[in-house]
Design a protein around this ligand. Structure first.
Ligand SMILES: [Zn+2]
Ligand SMILES: [Zn+2]
Length: 447
């Protein structure tokens, strides 16, 4: 990297060798970079981890995805837990938690539980298995880009780990009032969660895309340079200013040209449509943040859960639930729910508003901090689903007929909307727009 910086502008640089930071669009290196396993390349500007090579990534990910698939069906369809209180029993599977919310007519919440806890984790494992197998056996060459692209888009929507924490919260919550027996589904769910988290740590996306590019021939396929003026690019420059564009999905760098009307610029490696920046990023993110703010009111004011005890319903809001934990001395769990249900959504809304504001008013200070904050917002987004999973688990597992039962209440739907809106807001926000402000400033300073 230093070498590239010292040498300044290169005339004979090959586009496919240039490394660009996906977080801030800065050209990091002009030639191929060889990163040994155990080290990483971090963007000097926005601190994005541009390369993190993993040891034996394809075989490990393949083994872990097979392990996950083996655990998947028993984890979701075999008994998870059994609760016993005053001689009454109730038990259920992970699948039952979705069904019980559905039967209580919270269709949207049930759909989200079905998608994020069951279908998407399954799809992720199947896709990862097929792609890893394809790369290691040189199979399905033409399908690999599509399969791995789907995996990349689904990645954050599979929430098995969040669900596991939900199960643990439910166990702690019920420990004082019911006898709990752990069934085979519980053991398998822990196994599944470890396999899925293992995949996250073992997969090296850059290596996967490079291999997919080699297999489908797009890595060698160079765009005809003749129609472009000679490439003039310096390290630490904005890639867009140098006439380069990076694919949002697979991070391939290519020459940018304005496509003819009715046509789109397509990435030769992953076949996604390539845009200079995410389309309508600012207005879409604003709209989604405002939607999240609007839904936050009913989500926090209305009851989210109802406990029927001997026919007397007692409704509680998110905050009531948290206060209950603190009053009964379960501080740890109180803090977990407070963080997931109140602090995380609040942080996401305030954080994204701040980022949008800084672009709107051309504030280019502390961009590194803002970039780190944005990646933190992206990372924590899915953890707000925790409370929804706990409610779904309680609905399925605490149904002792007339004696006592737990049912969902309207805020559950509104809270799910808040989680969805903030997650989509983070997806639609393009952090490179913040760094574009510095490029404008540099131009203005020169003038
Ligand atoms: Zn960067
Ligand atoms: Zn691509």
């Amino acid at each position: 990297m230093d070498k590239a910086e010292e040498s300044g502008s290169f005339q004979d640089v090959k586009v496919q060798d240039i490394t660009v930071c996906p977080g801030c669009d800065t050209v990091i290196a002009l030639g191929p970079i060889d990163v040994p396993i155990g080290s990483q390349v971090v963007c000097p500007r926005c601190k994005y981890r541009v390369r993190t090579p993993k040891k034996d990534t394809v075989n490990r990910t393949l083994a872990l995805s097979v392990t996950g698939l083996l655990f998947f069906f028993p984890a979701h369809f075999m008994l998870l837990l059994q609760f016993e209180a005053l001689g009454l029993f109730d038990h259920g599977t992970v699948f039952d938690t979705m069904i019980s919310v559905y039967q209580q007519k919270y269709f949207f919440v049930a759909l989200m539980v079905l998608m994020t806890a069951i279908l998407i984790p399954l799809a992720k494992l199947v896709l990862l298995f097929l792609v890893s197998l394809g790369i290691s056996r040189h199979q399905f060459k033409n399908q690999l880009p599509r399969l791995f692209r789907w995996y990349s888009h689904l990645e954050e929507w599979g929430m098995t780990e969040v669900y596991l924490i939900g199960i643990l919260v439910t166990i702690i919550k019920m420990a004082g009032t019911a006898d709990i027996s752990y069934e085979i589904g519980f053991i398998c769910f822990i196994g599944l969660s470890f396999a899925i988290v293992g995949c996250v740590f073992s997969i090296d996306r850059d290596y996967y895309w490079k291999m997919i590019g080699k297999l489908n021939g797009s890595e060698r396929q160079v765009m005809p340079d003749k129609q472009f003026p000679p490439l003039e690019v310096r390290a630490m420059q904005s890639a867009l200013k140098a006439g380069l564009v990076q694919c949002h999905t697979c991070h391939k760098v290519m020459r940018y040209y304005e496509p003819n009307e009715g046509f789109e610029l397509r990435c030769p490696r992953c076949e996604s449509t390539v845009h200079k920046r995410k389309t309508n990023s600012i207005s879409t993110t604003w709209a989604l943040v405002l939607t999240a703010i609007l839904f936050s009111f009913p989500a926090n004011i209305l009851p989210i859960m109802e406990v029927d005890f001997l026919g007397t319903p007692e409704k509680s809001t998110i905050m009531d639930g948290i206060i209950y934990f603190f009053q009964t001395g379960s501080y740890g769990i109180g803090i977990v729910i407070l963080t997931a249900s109140i602090l995380v959504p609040l942080f996401k809304i305030i954080g994204l508003t701040l980022l949008l504001y800084s672009i709107h008013f051309n504030r280019w200070s502390r961009l590194t901090h803002k970039s780190i904050m944005f990646r933190f917002i992206e990372f924590i987004g899915r953890w707000s689903m925790l409370d929804i999973f706990v409610i779904a688990l309680l609905c399925a597992l605490v149904d002792f007929g007339f004696f006592t039962r737990i049912i969902a209440a309207p805020a559950a739907t509104f809270f799910t909307f808040v989680v969805l809106a903030t997650m989509f807001a983070a997806i639609s926000f393009d952090p490179r727009l913040m760094w574009d402000l510095t490029a404008t400033r540099d131009v203005m300073n020169k003038e």
